[in-house]
Design a protein around this ligand. Structure first.
Ligand SMILES: NC(=O)c1ccc[n+]([C@@H]2O[C@H](COP(=O)([O-])OP(=O)(O)OC[C@H]3O[C@@H](n4cnc5c(N)ncnc54)[C@H](O)[C@@H]3O)[C@@H](O)[C@H]2O)c1
Length: 255
């Protein structure tokens, strides 16, 4: 019960890693505010957790809107009386090199993957600072720290999330707030599976092929990444701040 009575915001809480995070933090005692674009998705995870006896609230909306980002923090503070942990997990992955990336794709990636993270952190930090404690875990990607091929907007946004994390980690450590990021390689979630489907591939077969490229024998499951995020948010990581942690199954970025 590492998160007994802790108040936690999880963005992208209706997605692959997000649902794993909601389940894990609830099991370990947290009270959770779910944020996601999908209202039905929010409702489904909230219902699943409520049926199991856990406290989950949600505020559905679009992270491209500054007002929504700030409202998520306000809602959590109002419902829980404060905020202990912020998990910036939501993300999108537009595909394309520079010549294939429209203005809209570029701004969408930067708005959702980077600017929303900044807005949420900026809104959350004063509440954590008031308590003299807090933990933020942002989700970057190894494709941010070592860009992969043909995803210029995604890789740039995730690289900037890594830089933002190091900046905030440095600036707010004296406030008792630890800001870290996780940088996963491929994860078996709707993000990667829908990408295969769009390219006309069978997701199960494509994941099986991808598994062969990972030295540990398989791409990550959502729970593999949720466990690392939970560690970084927990007291066990009390001396880790301003770090980006790569979680890759020993697979390098290639291609
Ligand atoms: N799946 C991978 O291979 C992989 C690899 C490295 C990093 N990541 C990162 O992990 C995180 C979780 O991804 P996932 O694989 O669970 O993806 P996912 O697509 O299953 O979940 C992402 C969630 O974010 C939400 N979201 C998207 N745009 C939004 C918006 N504008 N406003 C509010 N919510 C929005 C979606 O509704 C979805 O529920 C993301 O930041 C992603 O970039 C994923």
């Amino acid at each position: 019960m590492r998160f007994q009575n802790k108040s936690v915001i999880i963005t992208g809480g209706a997605g692959g890693v997000g649902q794993a995070l909601v389940r894990l933090f609830c099991r370990e005692g947290a009270r959770v505010m779910v944020s996601d674009l999908s209202e039905p998705g929010c409702r489904a995870i909230q219902a699943e957790m409520s049926d199991a006896g856990y406290e989950v609230h949600y505020l559905a909306g679009d992270l491209r809107q500054k007002h929504y980002c700030e409202s998520v923090v306000e809602a959590a503070v109002e419902v829980f009386g404060g905020l202990d942990i912020l998990l910036n997990n939501a993300g999108i992955i537009p595909r394309g090199n520079a010549l294939e990336t429209s203005d809209e794709m570029w701004h969408l990636a930067l708005d959702v993957n980077l600017t929303a993270v900044f807005y949420l952190c900026r809104a959350a930090i004063p509440h954590m600072k008031a308590r003299g404690a807090g933990a933020i875990v942002n989700t970057s990607s190894v494709w941010g720290t070592h860009p992969g091929p043909g995803h210029v907007a995604y890789c740039t946004s995730k690289g900037a999330v890594a830089a933002l994390t190091k900046n905030l980690g440095r600036d707010h450590a004296p406030d008792g707030i630890r800001v870290n990021a996780v940088c996963p390689h491929e994860i078996n979630t709707p993000m990667i599976r829908s990408g295969f489907e769009r390219r006309g591939l069978d997701p199960d077969k494509a994941v099986a092929e991808l598994n062969k490229t990972v030295p540990l024998g398989r791409i990550a499951e959502p729970e593999d990444i949720a466990d690392v995020i939970a560690f970084l948010a927990s007291n066990e990581a009390r001396y880790i701040a301003g770090e980006t942690v790569e979680v890759t199954g020993a697979k390098p970025v290639s291609g």
